[in-house]
Ligand binder design. Structure first.
Ligand code: GLA
Length: 405
């Protein structure tokens, strides 16, 4: 037990050193690019989701956790109407006039800033701003790197122009930017956890009314993030298709039951059983995933509260199987990670996290063996013939914050 504690302490120290380093570097980068210091640096974390996949656009429940990888946004007033932004990871500088609302497919990450300027302008006048952005969240891995970016950029603008925006509005603004200006039809889960997360907890969120509760994350439990390295080419189209299929299931079930059903959140297993002969089988499978997944969120929250890790792991495996067979959003790579992980002693469970198709698998493991397990999973995955892919150990992280002003 003592050994385990020491490991975590030195690890926390290491993480805070990395965070300090990242901030210092960004500060320097801003000075080099713009010849002066930033007025504010804000940051927001990436996330994994423990349970509740594809439930957020069905008014359902989710149980995400922020991780200790963050996106940092340094910003400074420049006057006029020009936004100039430099991203370290892409090594690119881009600029645009905030009074022209042209959105471009190619330079799509600039659309987040354009959307932010446009939406925040109703809270107060936004002026020309310099930005430098750096991130330790792996991009395109289903860990919400883009949400971390947009949430931190929104916060830096709020701070810079002294806008009267309540914190509870930030996830909604971020979601609107992603939906309307970037063209991703994502739900509320990611911007919500990225804004409100607390270290050492998961957030149990009811996406219908945004009521939430912090659930303690067990101390002897480690999060291993298995990144497939697969870009999710199909993800957007398939994601939108799943949303439509859920809508179709709602309409069909309303007709069959004679009840006005608003979303799959309001359908019980009994309703579904009664409709089994009339509901097309594809819609039945989509609906059964959502209904059972919502139940698993509550069961998982209880498992964490009671530190019943074996049960938590079992729920994760059930969730993955349902995402694979009923919701059909998994991939060979994601399935392989889950298969190799679940066979290892010390692993409680694993499942895909986020939208699916590519992205990452989250695996819950005994902290005492986290490093060996991460190595073993990575090696066994490669032995199956996949050459990209990596595994890293993540700690729980905190939500949106101002780092320096
Ligand atoms: C993506 C979306 C979320 C959520 C998940 C699936 O991450 O951004 O809103 O729908 O997929 O659970």
């Amino acid at each position: 037990m003592k050994k385990f504690k020491e490991n975590h302490n030195s690890d926390e120290q290491e993480q805070s050193d990395t965070a300090q380093e990242a901030k210092k570097e960004l500060y320097k980068l801003f000075r080099t690019e713009f010849g002066r210091s930033p007025d504010v640096i804000s940051s927001a974390p990436g996330r994994i989701n423990l349970m509740g996949e594809h439930t957020d656009y069905n008014d359902g429940f989710v149980l995400p956790v922020a991780i200790d990888r963050r996106t940092y946004t340094a910003a400074g007033r420049r006057g006029g109407k020009l936004f100039i932004a430099f991203t370290k990871e892409l090594g690119k500088k881009t600029s645009f006039d905030i009074s022209t609302n042209r959105f471009e497919r190619s330079n799509f990450w600039a659309n987040y800033l354009k959307g932010a300027a446009l939406l925040l302008n109703k809270y107060g006048a936004i002026q020309g701003t310099n930005f430098a952005i750096a991130s330790t969240v792996p991009r395109g891995s289903g860990l919400s790197s883009s949400t971390a970016f947009v949430v931190s950029a929104v916060e830096s603008l709020i701070h810079l122009y002294n806008l009267n925006v309540d914190k509870s509005e930030i996830p909604k603004i971020a979601r609107q930017i992603e939906n309307e200006f970037v063209g991703v039809q994502s739900g509320i889960m990611d911007p919500f956890v990225v804004t409100f997360a607390k270290a050492n907890t998961a957030i149990l969120l009811d996406t219908r009314n945004l009521q939430y509760e912090y659930i303690p994350f067990p101390k002897n439990l480690s999060i291993l993030v298995c990144v497939t390295g697969l870009k999710r080419a199909l993800a957007n189209t398939e994601y939108n298709r799943r949303r439509e299929e859920c809508q179709q299931a709602v309409s069909a079930l309303s007709k069959i039951t004679g009840r006005e059903i608003k979303s799959l959140r309001d359908v019980t297993l009994q309703d579904l059983d009664g409709a089994v002969n009339e509901l097309p089988s594809l819609l039945y499978r989509r609906a059964i995933h959502i209904i059972t997944e919502n139940e698993r969120v509550h069961q998982m929250a209880n498992a964490l509260r009671e530190s019943n890790l074996t049960y938590a792991g079992k729920l994760m495996i059930e969730s993955h199987l349902s995402l694979r067979s009923n919701y059909e959003v998994s991939s060979r790579e994601l399935d392989s990670f889950v298969e190799v992980a679940e066979q290892l002693y010390g692993v409680y469970g694993a499942r895909m996290t986020g939208a699916g198709f590519g992205g990452s698998v989250v695996c819950l493991a005994n902290s005492e063996a986290e490093e060996e397990l991460a190595k073993e999973i990575s090696q066994k995955y490669k032995e199956r013939g996949f050459d990209s892919g990596s595994v890293f150990i993540a700690r729980t992280g905190s939500g949106l914050q101002i780092e320096r002003s």
